[in-house]
Every structure is written in structure tokens, then in C-alpha cells.
Design a protein around this ligand. Structure first.
Ligand SMILES: C[S@@+](CC[C@H](N)C(=O)[O-])C[C@H]1O[C@@H](n2cnc3c(N)ncnc32)[C@H](O)[C@@H]1O
Length: 457
């Protein structure tokens, strides 16, 4: 980095490089809002060029700071002040025109670093609220904010935060030095209920910069459900032997969630009913716990021909983009084969009959491939959606057709998240694409887990 081309301290320069190295493993470009004379952009560009094929977006007015929006800043502070912080370095306010460095100096420093006219560095010259919303940025792996004041931090977050990929890195240079920057970050994250841990870069007795990693989904072991209650055990006894492939903890979870879901307005659905065991459990709970919704139906979907062929290309694309880094240990990472787990409609109906549920008008069978039967099914609302289609395409098709019908607070259970790679890919893609901030509860079985469940926000 050319001498004199950055205002940042050594620890903050080091943090910038370290985060750029981590971010170069992710999908998405780099961006810096507030490049000044170019020092930190040069560091980011050097890492990017050595480790990836990304682009660096370099935004600055090249006229210094804009005037502060003091009214908005004070309103943010009033509502979103954070109580507990390590000691900050300072609580400055910026002045319009401060930190002005010309575009020419920026370009000269790039040239001095061997980065002159580099096509992978895109300069966005102008005020952030004008340039950033219009910039053709698709995805960001690393967003480095260095606009000092409230308005500049807020405008950059509003324009760019949603472009940061799950797992992407955000660095804010001025959180511990400028009050307005702090107000903008607190407001933005707290308004969105983003539960993030800000890492402060310690410098002497305080800190200036913070960084965090964008997380939208996490998987935790569940201890919320009472799986061993006599009520749950009683339902399990009513299921015909050999009518389900699921383990005891997963059968117990199915019953416990069905009981909870009976308090909500909406039907039950199972996608992938096979020989009927888990549908029978859901139906039994439904019939005995009508609650507020006495006409509740159970929708039972299956091809009765086993699994369809996998959409391997779509699955691999989903995995590449939406892989989750941190999980408790999964049981297995299987792929399914077309035709596997085939059980006939007749076996399904026989098992229903053996359970006293033959020809029950509140059980609606949707026979056929999910992508054909589910989108047109006359389902209004779901309180409980149980997914058991094993593979990517079957999980994706069921989520796409039915997730929006799940009522707020409704329960979603996925049998195969911890056993089939494709199922995991479909769930990760679906939730992360929608920026759904959910906590998946994993059902522990020995040293790992297969099923997960969550409640819709
Ligand atoms: C593992 S089994 C379900 C097990 C069952 N829920 C139990 O606990 O015993 C998977 C089922 O999903 C069905 N299936 C998977 N993908 C499907 C699709 N795309 N369309 C229709 N049925 C599908 C298969 O026919 C099979 O019966």
C-alpha cells in the first residue's frame, strides 16, 4: 500500500486484509464506500486479484463528507441506542467537506500500486445516496464501510446490505469513533432484528472499527419439545408396525409438533407419505385436537412410485451459492435414486384402514409428482407442513408450492435435512434466498441429527 494513501491505523488495515482473504472464498464482489485516497481499496484489490475473479466497487464523492442529517441521526440515537459497548475511542461528529481527496490522487495511488486502469476496479463517483442504489452490483462478499457519519453509513447500508451474501463480511471503520456511524449501524441492524455479534478491533483502551459476518440461518439442537410425554407415547402406539421409515425421536417430534400446530388455524400436510405411518400420526392428532379449527384437513401427497430423478444441476448450483458453513454434525450426506422408497397407494390405504382411518373425508390424498399436484391443490392455509421427499427437487417443489400457505407461527418439519445433501441444499436455498431469518431446531439422534423443524416468523 503506498505510504500516505490511507487514514486507517495498522490494526484496521490488518483487519481489512484478513477479512478480504476470508471473503475471497465466497461468491460476490468487494465494495468500499468511502475510498478517500485509495489505500484500503488497494489492499482489497490486491487480495481480490490474487485470490479470486471478483470486482471491487470503489465509491466516493471525492469531495469529502456531505452535510449530516442531524434530525434523522438524533431520532435513530433516541430509538436505537446500544447500552453495552466496550469503550469507544471517540464520539465525533463530521463536518461537510472534511476528508476531501481528489479522484486524481486516488487514481495516482492505484497507478503507483500497479493497479492503474484496472478493469476490475469500478469507481462510483458521487454521493452515496445517488450512486449506490443505481450501481449494477449483484452480490457482495465483503462490504467495507468508511463514510464516517450517520447519513453516509445509513445510505451505504440501505443500498448495499441486502446484496451481501449469507456468510459475507461487513466492516465498519467508524463505529467506535463517530457517533453518527454508530447510530446508523445500530438503527439498521436493530430495525431488522438482525442478531449479529459485532467484533471490535481493539486499539489501546478502546476500539474504532467493527466487523461482523452476515448470518441468516442457524441450526441448533432442540430441547424445546416434550418428546417423552405419555400423550406422545400413546399416539406412537396407534401407528401400524412397519408403516413408517422414521426413527422414534422423529415420530415423537412429528406428534409433538402436530399437537402444537392444532392450536393454530390451518390444515396439516405431508409431502412424501410412503406407507402412511407419519400421516396416520398426524391424522390421529388432527381428529382428536380439533381446537379452534374443527374442519382441519390432512393433505397426503405422494407419487406412490418412489423418488423422481434428481435435478442435479439445480442442486449443485444451490449448494455452491447457499452452502451453510456451521452445522451440528449431520447423520449422513446421501443422494437419492429415482424409484427408491416406492410404496403403493394400496398399502397406504390399507394402513389407514388398519388404524380406523379408512375413507376418512378429512384425509385428502394428492397422488402424483409434487410439482404437478401441489401447486394446484386447493389448500388454503397450513398449520403444519411435514416434508419428507428426501431429495433436492422434491423438497424444493414442496417448499415453493406450500411454504407461503403456512400461517405465521406455523410449524415446518423437514425429515431429511441432516441425512440428504439435496434436501439440505433445497432448504438452505429457499430460506436464504428469501432472507428468512430462522433458527432450525435439529432433533438429536446419537452424535448427529436428521430432522429439523422451525416456526414461520
Ligand atoms: C422416505 S419416504 C417418506 C417416508 C414417510 N413419511 C415415513 O415417515 O414413513 C419418501 C416418499 O416421498 C415420495 N416422493 C419423493 N419425491 C416425490 C415427488 N417429487 N413427488 C411425489 N412423491 C415423491 C416417495 O414416493 C416416497 O414415498
Amino acid at each position: 500500500m503506498p505510504a500516505g494513501s490511507s487514514l486507517a491505523s495498522e490494526p484496521r488495515l490488518q483487519a481489512t486484509v484478513a477479512l478480504a482473504l476470508l471473503a475471497s472464498k465466497l461468491n460476490g464482489d468487494f465494495a468500499e464506500t468511502g475510498v478517500y485516497s485509495g489505500g484500503t481499496s488497494i489492499l482489497m484489490a490486491k487480495v481480490m486479484i490474487a485470490h479470486s475473479r471478483k470486482v471491487l466497487w470503489a465509491a466516493d464523492s471525492f469531495q469529502g463528507l456531505p452535510p449530516e442529517d442531524v434530525t434523522a441521526e438524533l431520532a435513530a440515537r433516541k430509538e436505537y441506542s446500544m447500552q453495552k459497548l466496550p469503550p469507544v475511542k471517540s464520539s465525533k461528529e463530521g463536518n461537510a467537506g472534511e476528508y476531501s481527496s481528489s479522484r486524481q490522487v486516488f487514481e495516482q495511488n492505484l497507478a503507483r500500486s500497479g493497479l492503474g486502469n484496472n478493469a476490475r476496479i469500478k469507481v462510483l463517483q458521487g454521493w452515496f445516496n445517488e450512486t449506490l442504489p443505481r450501481a449494477p452490483i449483484q452480490k457482495l462478499a465483503f462490504l467495507r464501510l468508511d463514510g464516517d457519519i450517520y447519513v453516509s453509513t445509513r445510505d451505504a447500508l440501505e443500498a448495499l446490505y441486502d446484496k451481501v451474501v449469507p456468510g459475507g463480511y461487513i466492516y465498519v471503520d467508524d463505529y467506535g469513533s463517530y457517533t453518527g456511524c454508530r447510530d446508523a449501524v445500530n438503527q439498521f441492524l436493530l430495525q431488522r432484528h438482525a442478531a449479529v455479534q459485532l467484533h471490535a478491533i481493539q486499539e489501546g483502551n478502546g476500539f474504532e472499527a467493527v466487523w461482523w459476518q452476515k448470518v441468516q440461518m442457524e441450526v441448533v439442537y432442540d430441547h424445546e419439545l416434550d418428546l417423552n410425554s405419555p400423550q406422545v407415547a400413546n399416539y406412537l402406539q396407534q401407528m401400524p408396525a412397519g408403516s413408517s421409515l422414521a426413527s422414534r425421536p422423529r415420530l415423537q417430534t412429528t406428534v409433538a409438533l402436530a399437537i402444537l400446530a392444532s392450536k393454530l388455524n390451518g390444515d396439516f400436510a405431508e409431502t412424501g407419505v410412503y406407507s402412511g405411518g407419519t400421516s396416520i400420526l398426524m391424522a390421529k392428532v388432527m381428529l382428536e385436537h380439533s381446537g379452534v379449527y374443527a374442519s382441519r384437513l390432512l393433505w397426503a401427497a405422494d407419487s406412490f412410485q418412489g423418488l423422481p430423478p434428481e435435478d442435479v444441476t439445480a442442486e449443485l448450483a444451490a449448494r455452491k451459492e447457499y452452502n451453510m458453513q456451521k452445522l451440528p454434525p449431520v447423520k449422513s450426506s446421501k443422494e437419492g435414486n429415482a424409484g427408491e422408497y416406492s410404496s403403493s397407494r394400496q398399502v397406504f390405504e390399507q394402513n389407514l384402514a388398519r388404524s380406523g382411518l379408512g375413507n376418512n373425508a378429512r384425509i385428502k390424498v394428492l397422488q402424483g409428482w409434487f410439482n404437478e399436484t401441489l401447486p394446484g391443490a386447493p389448500i388454503q392455509k397450513l398449520a403444519f407442513l411435514r416434508l419428507d421427499g428426501d431429495i433436492y427437487v422434491s423438497t424444493r417443489d414442496a417448499l415453493e408450492a406450500l411454504y407461503d400457505k403456512v400461517v405465521p407461527g406455523g410449524y415446518i418439519y423437514v425429515d431429511d435435512y441432516g441425512s440428504y445433501t439435496g434436501c439440505r441444499d433445497a432448504v438452505n436455498q429457499f430460506l436464504l434466498q428469501r432472507h428468512a431469518a430462522v433458527q432450525l431446531h435439529a432433533i438429536q439422534e446419537g452424535n448427529g441429527f436428521e430432522a429439523v423443524w422451525w416456526r414461520k416468523e
